[in-house]
Design a protein around this ligand. Sequence first.
Ligand SMILES: [Fe+2]
Length: 332
Amino acid sequence: MEAHYYRLFDPLLSEHDAKAMVDLCERYQRYGLYSQEASQSEIGQGLAQRHDAVLNFIKPSGRAGSDEPLSSLATRTNYFRESYVYGDDILIAGIEPFLRHPGFVDAARAVHGRPVVVPAIVYANILLPGNELAVHTDVPEFRGANRKKFPQWLMVAMHHSGLFDAWRMPIVTGVSWFSACAGGEFVFYPDGAGGKRVALEARRNTAILLDTDSVFHGVDRVGNNAPPAPLRLGMTLVCDGPRRWSLREGAETVAVYDWDELRFSISWKAYCFADDAERRAWQEHSDDLALDTILDGLVEDLRRRGRINGTRPAPTDLALTIIDEYIKFPAA
Ligand SMILES: [Fe+2]
């Protein structure tokens, strides 16, 4: 069984710096819903970007596994997200010490054994009581193939297939928590999809760093038995003052929350390069994958595995076969 390296941080920051993260979160003030758009790509048209995770979440043995209607399950997996750093852009002052956290950089080197660690993005996720995140692996990236160009489920399947490792951009993710909500444990499968399920309390000022592109993970329900939050597309979560928040639809307040009812996490993602030459190949696009190469490679492998016989399936059927064959979720 495949064991994945991860590192825990407890505490992650000094007490002063941890409080500064909460202040920074409030100063950002307004958070939008992170929505899942349907794919516009020619392959798998009409499938959700994370069709793999959706299919797993709603199947009877998935984590949802309840009598709730699909609409309420969809609401449960909505949450708020804003970026604090994106590439070279610092989007809010005060995030710099977190961006350059030496413990994260050191652990990142250990995960992939690659010395050149380049932080790429820092973002905040806020979940309301009743929210949870379905088990998934994150969207990986390859030279020439990323979530901006191709559907997210395709990137995920490419990584799980192992066929495109030579083009993969190894990424690490640090996830840290700064509120004290009930429930909302970070669940993950460090020994692979067939291994044990570990639930980590999302305790204030602690963190985990791991390869979330390879390790299945999710978030247990916030507030334990809380009903689904009254979320609709277009809503925002707004900080009204110290530790007080409201859910808004336009100017109207739909619900109010105290800080410790919310699950607030900050994620840090970094690229890990073997050397500067590899970093240059990525920046200069000198060794990029093309969609035809990706699909031909997958179809050839699916023929070897006996999943495709005869003519190549139509795009949507091919997409569903790819998801089914390569993305093997944990059983429970
Ligand atoms: Fe994730």
